[in-house]
Design a protein around this ligand. Structure first.
Ligand code: SIN
Ligand code: FE2
Length: 214
C-alpha cells in the first residue's frame, strides 16, 4: 500500500493512490448536524430495495438527494431527476453535505467540486457491495467523495481492470474517502459488514456518496 501521511486541514490523511485520499474522522465534527439534515431527506425519500438490470435484488437499501439520484431497475443503471417511488423530485442536497464534500475534495486536490447528487446506501451486517466501477456520471474529471457512518467496513480499492489486485481500506464512522483523476474509474467494493452495534448509529452502516452526475 502506498501510504504517506499528509497534514491537510490539520487532519491526518492517508494517500492510498495517486488521486485517492482517506481523511479519517473528517465528518465527525459535523455529525449531529449531518444526521439532522438527513432525517427529512429520508422521510421524503425512504430507503428502498432496487434491483439490477438482470432482475436480482440489490441487498443494500438505497436512497438519494440532490438534483439527480442514482437508480437501478430492469431498464438499467442511471440517474433520474425524480424519485420513482414518490414521483417527486429527489429531496434537495443539504448544504452542509455539499460543503463537506467540497472541503474534502479540495483537501484531496480537486478544486471547486460541486456535487449534484448524494447516493445514500444502507448496509446491515452481512451485506456487501461487489467490485464495480462508477461510470454512470457524465464527467469523469469530477471526483467521488464518500462519507462512512456507523459500523466499520472494509473498502476494496482495486485497479482499472476488474482482475487487478485490491487494497483493503478500513472505513470507520466519520471517515471520508475521495478518489478522482486517474483513479476515478478504479474498481471498488465493500466486503461483508461484520455484525456489531455502533453506539450512535446502531447495527447499520450508512454511506453517503457525493458525485457530480449531470
Ligand atoms: C459505492 O461504491 O457506491 C459505495 C461505497 C461504500 O459504501 O463505501
Ligand atoms: Fe461505487
Amino acid at each position: 500500500m502506498i501510504q504517506s501521511d499528509l497534514d491537510l486541514f490539520g487532519e491526518k490523511s492517508q494517500r492510498l493512490a495517486a488521486h485517492t485520499v482517506l481523511f479519517p474522522g473528517f465528518a465527525l465534527a459535523h455529525l449531529e448536524t449531518l444526521l439532522d439534515a438527513l432525517r427529512p431527506v429520508l422521510r421524503a425519500a425512504p430507503f428502498r430495495q432496487m434491483s439490477t438490470p438482470g432482475g436480482q435484488a440489490i441487498a443494500v437499501a438505497l436512497s438519494n438527494c440532490g438534483s439527480l439520484g442514482w437508480v437501478s431497475d430492469r431498464r438499467g443503471y442511471r440517474y433520474t431527476s425524480h424519485d420513482p417511488l414518490s414521483g417527486e423530485p429527489w429531496p434537495a442536497l443539504p448544504p452542509l453535505l455539499a460543503h463537506l464534500a467540497r472541503e474534502a475534495a479540495q483537501a484531496a486536490g480537486f478544486a471547486d467540486f460541486v456535487a449534484d447528487t448524494c447516493l445514500i446506501n444502507h448496509y446491515l451486517p452481512g451485506m456487501k457491495l461487489s467490485l464495480h466501477q462508477d461510470r454512470n456520471e457524465r464527467d469523469f474529471s469530477q471526483p467521488i467523495v464518500s462519507i462512512s457512518l456507523g459500523l466499520p467496513a472494509v473498502f476494496q480499492l482495486g485497479g482499472l481492470a476488474r482482475s487487478d489486485p485490491t487494497q483493503k481500506v478500513p472505513l470507520n464512522h466519520g471517515d471520508v474517502l475521495v478518489w478522482g483523476g486517474e483513479d476515478r474509474l478504479r474498481f471498488h467494493g465493500v466486503l461483508p459488514i461484520k455484525p456489531g452495534e455502533h453506539e450512535r448509529m446502531g447495527s447499520r452502516r450508512i454511506n453517503l456518496t457525493l458525485r457530480r452526475a449531470g
